[in-house]
Design a protein around this ligand. Structure first.
Ligand code: ATP
Ligand code: MG
Length: 400
């Protein structure tokens, strides 16, 4: 089998070989190349030790020397070059307690999670597939390398990764791996929030986001999302969420909001905080949960009011989210019109300010805010009122 590696990857592999070492592209990039998908990154595995890799290449970064990883910089690109390694036992279900470097490619492939992720390739040796990864790709199957129970026992994150890869690729989980995954789901309790968050995000942003609902029937949700697992019992949530997730664009906050919607905004935010999501994502998801059911209305003033209430940047997202479960075409076309006409939907874009009111003789204080609020409500109803002359006139009348 001949695969097309990028020139820089070919160069790194060749240079390592010229220095007497073995080197291959490995893992996700090989899998994606075979599937005709664009790999996210290119990982290289080699018999060279980290110090040797550092000697051979001019520009390198010590990414994880203890784990054998050196990043090689070529032009604007970077490539992780990792020494063949054997992972020691995962005593805490998190990290291997030690890693040993190895001279054998086979040992490096054996430590990897799934057969489809355990293939290596270079131009000289072709595809190295020791565990039937190619066959599993053809059968669209996620299967552990070796004994599934043992592999999940070493690192419980693999349980969630199995569902994540099945969602990204549209694959099913092979029966033995599936059985082990259900039996071992509880051990996800030992995995750090950060690692769970990374996998959950990839799962939700995948091309089969509804696969996230498999977390419920496998017992995974009971461990990593107990709040949600409890909340959704007998609510018809699974069917609804499946449809909505499929229709939603691949946007993090929106898919999280649809997924966590039954929790309500406060608990949804708490859950996201516990999983160590960043504040921006938490805030956006929280607001989308808040507006999930909000009735936007179907006349221009109602749409302007809704946009003013939600804020300009969240409003279009809320519309898109609601579109996954109801017809919002009327509100959408009204919104487009509002944008085209440049109508005012925030106090910031009113043609009058607090300073203007002070010039008219108002005392700084609460009254100014109240007056601006009244004028703003007027402008929301009547966009043509957003002129300086009109608003000043109006303010003068109020003052008198
Ligand atoms: P993508 O980067 O597209 O999400 P990937 O397959 O590259 O997918 P990574 O998480 O980047 O996934 O991991 C790179 C490779 O390292 C995997 O293909 C797999 O061979 C190995 N790997 C990663 N995490 C684990 C793990 N927890 N246990 C065993 N092997 C793993
Ligand atoms: Mg990767």
């Amino acid at each position: 089998m001949r695969l097309k590696l990028p020139p820089k990857v070919i160069r790194i592999i060749r240079v390592l070989q010229e220095n007497g070492f073995e080197a291959y592209a490995v893992g996700g990039c090989v899998r994606d190349m075979i599937l005709g998908r664009e790999p996210d990154d290119w990982d290289i595995t080699t018999s060279a030790r980290p110090q040797q890799v550092k000697k051979i290449f001019l520009r390198t970064v010590d990414t994880g020397l203890a784990h054998g990883t050196v990043t090689v910089l070529l032009g604007d690109d970077s490539f992780e070059v990792t020494t063949y390694r054997i992972d020691g036992a995962y005593e805490d279900h998190r990290h291997p307690s030690f890693v040993t470097f190895s001279g054998e490619l086979a040992e490096d492939l054996r430590r990897r999670d799934f057969t489809i992720n355990a293939m290596a390739y270079n131009r000289e040796q072709g595809l190295v597939d020791l565990f039937g990864g190619m066959e599993d790709l053809q059968r669209k199957r996620i299967r552990c390398v070796g004994d599934a129970r043992e592999r999940f026992g070493e690192d419980a994150l693999r349980i969630l990764r199995a569902v994540r890869f099945s969602a990204q690729l549209g694959f099913f989980v092979e029966a033995g791996t599936e059985k082990a995954l259900r039996e071992m789901a509880d051990s996800l309790a030992f995995v750090s929030a950060e690692r769970i968050q990374t996998e959950l995000t990839k799962l939700l942003l995948s091309s089969h986001p509804a696969y996230v609902l498999r977390l419920f029937d496998t017992g995974i949700a009971g461990v990593i999302l107990p709040e949600l697992d409890e909340e959704i019992q007998n609510s018809g949530y699974l069917e609804k969420a499946a449809v909505r997730l499929k229709k939603a664009p691949s946007q993090k906050a929106m898919r999280l909001a649809i997924f966590l919607y039954p929790l309500g905004e406060k608990k949804a935010a708490q859950t996201l905080r516990r999983l160590k999501f960043d504040n921006h994502t938490i805030d956006a998801a929280r607001r989308l949960v808040r507006w999930h059911d909000y009735s936007i209305g179907e006349n221009p003033a109602a749409v302007r009011r809704a946009a003013a209430l939600m804020g300009e940047e969240i409003f279009p997202q809320a519309l898109q989210m609601q579109k996954t479960y109801k017809d919002v075409s009327k509100a959408e076309s009204l919104w487009r019109e509002i944008l085209e006409k440049g109508q005012c939907i925030s106090k910031k874009s009113m043609r009058i300010s607090g300073d203007d009111l002070i010039s008219l003789g108002m005392k700084p204080g609460r009254a100014i805010g109240e007056c601006l609020e009244e004028l703003f409500l007027d402008v929301l109803e009547n966009p043509e009122h957003n002129t300086k002359e009109y608003l000043l006139e109006c303010a003068k009348r109020k003052l008198a």
